[in-house]
Design a protein around this ligand. Structure first.
Ligand SMILES: NC(=O)c1ccc[n+]([C@@H]2O[C@H](COP(=O)([O-])OP(=O)(O)OC[C@H]3O[C@@H](n4cnc5c(N)ncnc54)[C@H](O)[C@@H]3O)[C@@H](O)[C@H]2O)c1
Length: 271
């Protein structure tokens, strides 16, 4: 089987770890071919950590002209809006990490109609395979995210709210509403809510609850789903990744695992 040629947009925490994993041979049937980052020198400095001779770009036109089968976006929502269509139209497949961008229905539809295939890793949560399996039987899906007040600081929700994060002394639910609104009010939490919405009942019917807990040292996400199939709950308590406290280490590992599953023709475990 010929190895899939991989390109990466975004050479930060996720892109960097993914590149190192492919470079080390941890992703069977994958070869790293090119890197792109909008910040000058970022792709070049990641290239210097690799054994593979990849091309490094800060110019998207040069990057997209390289011969890749699949591009991994590990950059930003803005990068998805700007480049995802171009990647797919060029016949390359795309793995999206900044999933929050797909809350925009018009963008989502346009990308789904393009030539290449879109892959969305499960990211910083678990249980997405089960949510997908029962999606037609779901009656309710709730995501409860618990973070320290510090980790929630800066969310647009608090600009118009009477809740003052620095006055919270015990575990407090600060928000409950549909994922469509939550992704705007809490953009830093957008990826998990977006993955869950895409897998299950959509952005309008998925409920998001945000809890501020001064005692929380990890980012916790719990999915509760109910329907005629029964009920399930999945909970994760995520350590931050070594390079970026905002990105859970599980998200990095999930990106690597998703690429493994795409590139390896062997046995697939899970859906
Ligand atoms: N799906 C999930 O569960 C999940 C979890 C964590 C993070 N994420 C998302 O994945 C993305 C990457 O996360 P990270 O921790 O690696 O971030 P990071 O900040 O460590 O790295 C992002 C890199 O992308 C580059 N970049 C930003 N915008 C760009 C653009 N328009 N074009 C090219 N390069 C650009 C930056 O210069 C930076 O080097 C973020 O959008 C983040 O929200 C998703």
């Amino acid at each position: 089987m010929t190895a899939k040629k991989v390109g990466i947009i975004g050479c930060g925490t996720i892109g960097g770890q993914l590149a190192l994993a492919v470079d080390a041979g941890s992703v069977k049937n994958a070869t790293l071919v090119s890197l792109f980052d909008v910040v000058q020198g970022s792709a070049q400095s990641l290239k210097q950590k690799l054994r593979t001779d990849v091309s490094a770009h800060d110019d998207f036109e040069k990057f997209i002209a390289t011969d890749c089968d699949i591009i991994v976006e590990a950059a930003s929502q803005d990068a998805v809006r700007k480049f995802a269509g171009r990647v797919l139209e060029s016949g390359k497949d795309l793995m999206v990490m900044s999933v929050g961008a797909l809350a925009d229905g018009a963008l989502r539809l346009a990308l789904q109609e393009a030539k290449g295939r879109i892959y969305v890793p499960t990211g910083a949560i678990a249980g997405i395979d089960a949510v997908r399996a029962v999606r037609h039987l779901l009656e309710s899906v709730t995501l409860t995210t618990t973070k320290s007040p510090k980790a929630l600081a800066g969310a647009p929700f608090f600009q118009a709210s009477r809740i003052k994060l620095d006055e919270i002394k015990e575990k407090t639910t600060v928000y409950e509403g549909p994922a469509s609104e939550a992704v705007r009010m809490f953009p830093a939490n957008v990826n998990v809510a977006a993955v869950l919405s895409l897998a299950g009942m959509g952005f309008e019917k998925t409920t998001v609850r945000i809890v501020a807990d001064p005692a929380a040292s990890t980012n916790q996400h719990e999915i509760t789903a109910r329907g005629s199939f029964g009920e399930f709950r999945f909970a994760v308590s995520n350590a931050p990744s070594p390079g970026n406290p905002k990105t859970s280490y599980l998200a990095v590992l999930s990106a690597i695992e998703c690429l493994r599953s795409i590139c390896d023709d062997g046995m697939k475990i899970g859906s």
